[in-house]
Design a protein around this ligand. Structure first.
Ligand SMILES: Nc1ncnc2c1ncn2[C@@H]1O[C@H](COP(=O)(O)OP(=O)(O)O)[C@@H](O)[C@H]1O
Ligand SMILES: [Mg+2]
Length: 368
């Protein structure tokens, strides 16, 4: 097992630079997720760890060894791809054993490793089957098994669940987490799906346009996104943004005024930062679950609220997902299921003001 480091990595294809100055330090045994929209450079980063691409600049370390220029087969990594094609004419056992046979492992050792991996993945009873006799989820587990038997220092997984249907994806996601808990191999996991990232990662690096936007634990990214990209990308539904926010200071009180919609009292901890930011173009941000029907909240709702008109109410049983128009913008609020909001009516939404965010509209950077 090993840590993996990127030091100021750049990658260019011809003149096009697709990875810009990426640095990170993945700890031994850590499960690190690289997440971002399609084309942001996730696979390229992973392929550079694997040695399938060489960085244009910068150093990559696996353990204490700089691996730039080292052949993929000498890097001690195992990879699971989205297209994990198994050999159709081989049994599950032989599919899992294939890589070890190629490397001339002794037969007894191959037997032992395949059996152990099969036990870890719940494939013991399927070893004699051919891939066509397996479900999609079982095949995916065989692909994982093929990686596990290598007992590599690092696992690299590139969107390994994207060929599975929604239910199986959730199941296999849990399987991969359990697998990591039991074998604890350092893992780099690439996905475009922020829910996968949030549920699986010890830490997450959010990439956009070949640049790391933020690197942190799932909770850090959710609570303290460092810019509007991360704020909008992490969390479902995404954060509501209100451009044109004004900071107004009245004595000891600092407020954010949203023209024609309402106002929100800035918590004491953030008041100075808000006042200092007052000269800039500002965007106010609040997550759907940090809005509530003011009718269900006490006095607090007077000081921090937004007025809107309800467009659609989706009752999910445990909560309401409400689509509204506020200040000419479409927003989403996740309300308590006791709320009696009705489509077409006006509503006052309480803003949990200690969960508010304020961004520099020009740069997207968060003040808080
Ligand atoms: N071999 C290549 N030659 C030229 N451009 C490439 C090559 N591989 C990837 N790219 C480009 O690099 C960018 C990042 O690709 P990729 O890392 O595959 O993104 P992701 O995995 O995040 O979807 C994309 O614009 C892609 O078209
Ligand atoms: Mg990719």
């Amino acid at each position: 097992m090993a840590r993996v480091q990127f030091e100021n990595i750049y990658k260019r294809f011809g003149k096009v630079e697709v990875v810009h100055d990426v640095s990170f330090d993945i700890k031994d045994k850590e499960f690190m997720v690289l997440v971002g929209p399609s084309g942001c450079g996730k696979s390229t980063c992973l392929r550079m760890v694997a040695g399938l691409e060489e960085p244009s600049e910068g150093q990559i370390y696996i353990g204490d060894r700089m691996v730039n220029g080292v052949d993929p087969k000498d890097r001690d990594i195992a990879m699971v791809f989205q297209n994990y094609a198994l050999y159709p004419h081989m049994t599950v056992f032989d599919n899992m054993a294939f890589g070890l046979k190629l490397r001339h492992f002794p037969k007894a050792q191959i037997q032992k490793r395949v059996e152990e991996a099969a036990a870890t993945l719940g494939l013991e009873n399927l070893l004699k089957r051919k891939p066509k006799e397996l479900s999609g989820g079982q095949r995916q587990r065989v692909a994982l098994g093929r990686a596990i038997v290598r007992e590599a220092q690092v696992f690299l997984m590139d969107e390994p669940l994207s060929n599975l249907d929604a239910k199986l994806r959730v199941e296999t996601r849990a399987n991969i987490i359990k697998l990591h808990q039991s074998i604890q191999t350092t893992t780099i996991y690439v996905t475009h799906d922020q829910v996968e990232a949030m549920t699986m990662g010890d830490r997450i690096a959010v990439l956009n346009g070949g640049v790391i936007q933020q690197l942190g634990t799932p909770q850090e990214l959710y609570d303290r996104p460092s810019n509007m990209f991360v704020a909008g990308f992490i969390g479902t539904p995404g954060m509501n943004f209100f451009p044109g926010a004004k900071v107004v200071a009245e004595g000891d009180t600092t407020k954010i005024v949203l023209d024609g919609m309402g106002q929100v009292e800035v918590p004491a901890d953030y008041a100075k930062i808000a006042r200092d930011a007052a000269g800039k173009e500002l965007t106010f941000g609040i997550r759907p679950s940090h809005l509530e029907d003011a009718a269900l909240v006490g006095e607090d709702s007077q000081r921090s609220s937004i007025d809107g008109t309800v467009d659609v109410v989706e009752n999910l049983g445990n909560e309401l997902q409400v689509y509204l128009t506020a200040g000419g913008k479409n927003i989403i609020a996740t309300l308590d299921s006791r709320s009696r909001v009705v489509a077409g009516n006006k509503v006052k939404l309480y803003v949990e003001n200690d969960r508010m965010h304020l961004f520099d509209t020009a740069t997207g950077e968060a003040f808080f």
